[in-house]
Design a protein around this ligand. Structure first.
Ligand code: NAD
Length: 254
């Protein structure tokens, strides 16, 4: 018998090959879910699966799996859903949109290409995954929980990230719309706003900027990605059954 707050549930996590996505897979599986780790980089998604114990027990949906997914391409997202349906015979009822990229530059120097790329992955990718998987849930009359990873800078802005901040503010707006539209189908949609989380994505932040940020964080430290995985898993579970359309900071008070 699998136990835990998401026992017997199937979860799709995008960007699962690294950082917050990987930690989400680890906490979700610790709490009883079977996870589909999806990433542009299949090998890294597979590495994530190797870090978690096999799903077992009478109510387990099946074994964890890894898939290659390019979130900004609708055909790839549809293929991910088809693969999940074929393998598990039902759509995932937990969907975590963690795939994300940065291509930083000043507003006056930002190339159109870098703007489009970041919006395509962070904003359009989140839209495509939400739409495709929510369609499958409503078709199967299943309840679900969608957790979209925005960023604290989507709320406050950040110099040098006009494309990233625009995409992350958009994720908040889209999540609110999705929560309004999908609530009647008992599909909850929430957005979380991480601050400084210790993952590869922040390695490009210059040391000086990093120090300034740390000085502004009341808790005085970066977060471990597992701390974000805990919030994601809470939102995925029935412990948060009346939390819908929420936008939750996880930024140490920043
Ligand atoms: P990360 O770079 O460690 O992981 C991102 C993962 O997304 C990688 O495995 C990458 O291969 C995958 N990915 C990139 N493009 C993809 C695509 N087109 N399709 C599918 N997968 C793709 O970053 P992270 O820190 O784990 O970030 C996860 C999410 O959290 C991102 O959306 C990021 O913007 C957000 N976030 C991170 C922080 C932080 O401090 N780390 C803060 C705020 C928000």
């Amino acid at each position: 018998m699998v136990t835990g707050i998401v026992a017997g549930r199937l979860a799709l996590v995008t960007g699962a090959g690294s950082g917050i996505g990987r930690a989400a897979c680890q906490v979700l599986s610790r709490e009883g879910a079977t996870v589909i780790a999806a990433d542009l980089n299949y090998d890294s998604a597979m590495e994530t699966i190797k870090t978690i114990p096999l799903a077992s027990g009478a109510n387990a949906v099946g074994d964890h799996s890894a898939i290659e997914l390019e979130v900004s391409q609708s055909a790839s997202v549809q293929k991910a859903l088809d693969t999940a349906m074929e393998h598990y015979k039902a759509p995932p009822t937990i969907i975590v949109n963690s795939a994300g990229i940065v291509r930083d530059n000043w507003l006056l120097k930002m190339s159109e290409e870098d703007f489009d790329k970041v919006v395509a992955v962070n904003l359009k990718g989140t839209f495509l995954v939400m739409q495709t998987f929510a369609k499958a849930l409503t078709a199967a009359s299943l309840p679900g929980s969608i957790i979209n990873i925005s960023s604290i800078v989507g709320k406050y802005g950040n110099m040098g990230q006009v494309n990233y901040v625009g995409s992350k503010a958009g994720v908040v707006g889209m999540s609110r719309v999705a929560a309004l539209e999908l609530g009647k189908s008992n599909i909850r949609v929430n957005a979380i706003l991480p601050g400084f989380i210790d993952t590869p994505i922040i390695k490009s932040v210059p040391e000086k900027v990093m120090k300034e940020f740390l000085a502004r964080i009341p808790l005085g430290r970066q977060a471990d990605p597992v701390e974000v995985g805990e919030l994601i898993t809470y939102l995925a579970s029935e412990k948060s059954s009346y939390v819908n359309g929420a936008v939750i900071d996880i930024a140490g008070g920043l």
